[in-house]
Design a binder for this molecule. Structure first.
Ligand SMILES: [Zn+2]
Ligand SMILES: [Zn+2]
Length: 256
């Protein structure tokens, strides 16, 4: 499987990541990637960039070292209603909006509250993709999330960093395997993300790929194989935002 896209990477702007966009793009180019998401953390994460960072992203060239750059954000869910920490103005023009749960940015809750928060964020018409559902910080009903992903056609990430040995001791690997099995079962759309916080991890998917093969997620489910498929998905998502908003309300009656 040829993986040409990494949509989840951080730069020095995130506060706890250590490479520039230039270094990340060079690394992506060396790995043969064609599309790179620049998704620094949303502003409620300690050390994350001020909103001014997002205001000025348009100065970054569309392409660096032969790699197309998508300036975006990894927004934080901030409460049980699934609200995000990015004002609407930014959600309107950023080219890639990843959404996830992070300690400090989210108060925690019961399994049901966490699951609801995550699924409500999936129904947000500005959300493009959901990240690292397997991280063990907040217990969730992973089958419900995989089902909602398939039903709403919102890709959910298999996060390579969650599968690293450092996080494994927290039970992340078991969680990741569990949701990956459900994503295979429901044929949910899948994105592999490096979640790189240093340039040498950009485009690193080996642990995620092993898991995908182990649980039988098909190549057709994985968006990373085609930059055009990712770009078409993002363009359609933006075109349909007003419709999705209405439909999400309707889906709210059926899901979760
Ligand atoms: Zn981070
Ligand atoms: Zn994250």
């Amino acid at each position: 499987m040829e993986l040409l896209v990494d949509l989840h990477t951080h730069t020095i702007a995130s506060g706890h990541a250590y490479s520039t966009i230039t270094e990340n793009a060079q690394a992506a180019s060396r790995r043969g990637l064609k599309l790179l998401g620049m998704t620094d953390h949303g502003p409620s994460m300690p050390g994350a960039p001020h909103l001014f960072h997002f205001d000025n992203l348009s100065i970054i060239p569309d392409e660096l070292y032969g790699v197309r750059i998508l300036p975006g954000v990894e927004a934080n869910i901030t409460n049980h209603q699934g609200d995000l920490d990015m004002p609407l103005k930014y959600l309107e023009y950023l080219k890639l909006i990843l959404v996830g749960l992070h300690p400090i940015c989210y108060p925690g809750g019961t399994c049901e509250q966490n699951t609801q928060a995550y699924i409500k964020a999936m129904k947000n018409p500005y959300t493009d993709m959901m990240v690292h559902p397997g991280r063990p910080d907040f217990e969730m009903d992973l089958e419900k999330i995989a089902h909602a992903s398939a039903f709403l056609n919102i890709p959910v990430e298999v996060n390579n960093s969650s599968l690293s040995t450092i996080r494994d001791k927290d039970g992340a690997r078991d969680n990741c395997r569990s949701i990956a099995r459900y994503m295979a079962k429901y044929k949910s759309p899948v994105i592999l993300g490096s979640d790189a916080h240093f340039w040498d991890r950009v485009g690193e998917f080996s642990d995620a790929l092993d898991l995908v093969h182990e649980v039988g997620i098909s190549e057709q489910q994985i968006l990373n194989t085609s930059p055009d498929r990712v770009l078409n998905y993002l363009a359609t998502r933006r075109k349909n935002r007003s419709d999705i908003s209405i439909l999400s309300h309707h889906y709210g009656l059926n899901i979760a």
